[in-house]
Design a protein around this ligand. Sequence first.
Ligand code: SAJ
Length: 438
Amino acid sequence: MQKQKACPPQVAKQVGREKVCVLGLGYVGFPLAIQCAAKGYAVFGYDKDEKKLACIEKGENIVDEKYLEALLPKTKINIIRDEKEMGQCDIFIIAVPTPVDEKYYPDLGFVEAASRTVAENMKSGALVVVESTINPGVCEEVVRPIFEKAGWKVGETVFISHCPERINPGDPKWNVTNIPRVVGSFDEEGLEKSVKFYESILDGQVMPMKTIREAEAAKIIENSFRDVNIAFVNELAKSFDLMGIDIVNVIKGASTKPFAFMPHWPSRGVGGHCIPVDPYYLIEKAKENDFDHKFLRSARAINNSMPAYTVEVLQEMLNQIEKSIKGTHIGVLGVSYKANVGDLRESPALKVIEILEKHGAKLHIFDPYLPEHSNMKNIEEMLEKSESVVLLTDHSDFLKIKPEQYKEKNIQVILDGMNCLDKEAFLKAGLIFKGIGR
Ligand code: SAJ
C-alpha cells in the first residue's frame, strides 16, 4: 500500500486550524486580522469599503502602523464578499465603528448590522467577540437579542463576549500584539473560549471580568478618565493664563511627585474617535436610570470650549500689534487630531479653523499628513503667505521650525495650541508667543 505522503508542515498547520473572521478592517480590525494570521489562524476579513478590500488583497498596509510591515509578508487575509462564506468560521470579531451622532448619542448601527450579518451566516458553536467600544448593557440589550432572534442559544450554539479594543494609533510601544486586554462573556464557556483565543494571539495579560457589563464599562471609564483629566488641566490653563502662571511648568513640577499624580496636558482641545466620544456613552446610558453624570458633562464642556479659547488667545495676541483676526493672513500648522497621523475625527483643529473663517481670517493651512485638507504645499509656502501662525497639531516636522524662520518672514505672532514649542527660544527671539495656559 502506498505510504501516505506526509503534508509539508505549513499545509499540515493549515489543516484543522481555527478560522477567524474579522468584521471591520480599520485601525482596530486590520492589525488584529494580521496578528491572528501571524499566530497561525486562517483569517477572513469583511468590510463594506471595496477600496480598502482591494488594497488588502494587494498586501498593502492600510493603517499607519510600522510594526505591521514585518508581519504583512508572511500573513494573508482572505477577503469575504459573500457573507455565506462566514459559515466556515469558528470565531467572529466585530470591530466596526461606534461613533456618536450630532447630538452626541451613541450610534450602534454598525454593531447591529455586523451582528445581524454574523447571526445570519455563522455555524453553530461559533464564538462572537465585540471589540467595538460600547456602553454597558449593549451586549445584553442589543447584540444578544439579534442572535436569539436568529434562533441561536447563547451559551450553547453561540458564545458572545466583549473584549474592548485598546488600539492607540501611532503608539511606538503598545499595539495589538502586547496591549493587555479585559474580556467578559455571558457564560463560563464563552469566557474560557475568549480568554484562550486572546491569550493565543497576544503577549500580555488577558483579564477575565465577572460579567460582560464590567468589560463594557472598563473601556468607557478608561477613556472618560483621560477626558476628565485633560479637562482638569484645560480649566487650569484658562485660570493660570489670568494669573500669569505657566501651567506646563507647573504640571512638570507636580510630575516630580513619584506617586498619586498623572500628568495630562492642556491644548487646543480633545479630538479622536475615543476620548471625546466614549464619555457620551456613559452619560446617555445613565440617563435611562435618571442619573446625571454632571462631572463627565462638565469635563466634556470644558474640552469642547478649548477651540474657541484658542481663538480668543490669538485675538489678544494680534491686538498687541493692532491687528484683528478679520483680514489677517493666518498660517495654520496641522489639522489632524493627533501628532504624526492624518486623522480628522473630532479634530479640534477643524473647529478652530471654522471659528477663524467665521471671523474673516485668511487661512494658509498645512498638514503634511492631510494634503487634501491643506491649501499650502509645505511649511515654506505657509510661512511666506502668513502674518501670524497658530499650531494646532504637534507633528514632529513643526517642532523643527526655528523662531528665526518665522522672524525672517516678518511673522510676529505665534500661538502654540499644543504647548509643544520651545517658549523661551521664541520669546528670546522677540516674538509674541503664547501657548494654552503658558
Ligand atoms: N490630548 C490633550 N491632552 C493630553 C492628551 C491628549 O489635549 O494630555 C488630546 C490630543 O491632542 C487628542 C486627544 O486629546 O486630540 C486624544 O488624544 P489621545 O492621546 O488620547 O489619543 P487617542 O484618541 O488616539 O486615544 C487613544 C486611546 N486608546 C484607546 O481608546 C484604545 C486612549 O485610551 C489612550 O489613552 C490614548 O490613545 C493614548 O494614551 O495615547
